[in-house]
Design a protein around this ligand. Structure first.
Ligand code: PMP
Length: 306
């Protein structure tokens, strides 16, 4: 991570190294909080723009509502703060933005109604999440021994801090076993999502991705579906089982951080030709065109910061 100069904390810009919380902050102990992961790109005309800022902020507020936290800022205030944060940090080459809603210091019992709801927004330069080579050649994936926390036990549609224990356990297991990423199944055995991304396969030219029954409502997944339809592909949303993946022609992840990342291997089975497939490559290129402002239809999703 490349450090920036300032972090936004509850309305103020604080020096990066002074952005601290009390050790008795409620979220540190019990894990109730909400995050976003938003990305800004340098666009084709040299300016920098945040992609789908409003959608991300709305999801942050929705996640907080689901997890019973009253955010003391409006969507507009949070959007403005993110734009200002990039400006103050002069992050015009692109950045990853991490808003965090958390419960601060004041209450130690589990009943959190009176714990102060606080917000921080950080931003920094962050390269390809699964590596530059992975973007070109594809990554290796393991189906996790962890089940994606079912809707009966968690707030699956929230980008809740607590959900990332499940993700972290799966990711650690996969990386230690020599893979790049984990793919989690739901409690019925169908593919839910990766530790921090959504999942697609391509079979006979048809693009297939699971519904969000047991996953985050992903902003990138929605964008890629729209782009794929624009390009004339048939896109089907249905459940996927693990063995169907093994015989897919192509597979890839989507997410704000992973963007469109090809998958070349799952559980020791080579997917397709074992490299970035042609549909994946076309979607990857189209996605970068969209976030870099090269596709007129999607320019409305860009919030320019300079
Ligand atoms: N699922 C999980 C668990 C994630 O953390 C992410 C990343 N935010 C995604 C899916 C993809 O969501 P998005 O496209 O909105 O970044």
């Amino acid at each position: 991570m490349t450090e920036a100069k300032y972090i936004w904390m509850d309305g103020k810009f604080v020096d990066w190294h002074e952005a601290k919380v009390h050790v008795l902050s409620h979220t540190l102990h019990y894990g109730n909080g909400a995050i976003e992961g938003t990305k800004a790109y340098k666009t084709h005309d040299g300016r920098c723009a945040i992609f789908k800022l409003e959608e991300h902020t709305k999801r942050l507020l929705n996640s907080s509502k689901m997890t019973l936290i009253d955010v003391p800022f409006t969507a507009e205030e949070l959007n403005d703060a993110q734009v200002e944060l990039l400006q103050k940090n002069e992050l015009f080459e692109g950045a990853y933005i991490r808003p965090l809603v958390y419960l601060g210091y004041g209450v130690m019992g589990l009943y959190h109604k009176d714990a102060p709801a606080q917000v921080s927004i950080s931003a920094w330069e962050w390269g390809a999440y699964l590596g530059e080579e992975g973007m070109k050649k594809g990554v290796r994936v393991k189906i996790s021994s962890m089940t994606r926390t079912p809707n009966t036990s968690g707030m699956g549609k929230a980008k809740a801090v607590a959900n990332y224990l499940n993700s972290q356990m799966a990711k650690f297991e996969a990386v230690e076993a020599g893979y790049d990423e984990a793919l989690l199944r739901d409690d019925q055995g169908y593919i839910a999502e990766a530790s921090g991304a959504c999942f697609f396969i391509v079979r006979d030219g048809v693009i297939i991705t699971p519904p969000n029954d047991n996953s985050l409502e992903s902003i990138t997944q929605a964008t890629v579906i729209d782009i794929a339809k624009d390009m004339g592909y048939e896109v089907v949303r249905r459940r996927i089982t693990r063995e169907e993946i093994y015989i897919a022609d192509e597979a890839f992840f989507t997410g704000t951080a992973v963007e469109v990342t090809p998958i070349r291997e799952v559980d020791c089975r080579v997917i397709g030709a074992g490299e970035r497939g042609p549909v994946t490559e076309a979607l990857q290129k189209a996605y970068f065109d969209v976030v870099q402002g090269k596709n007129e239809k999607y320019v409305k999703y860009l919030t320019y910061v300079n």
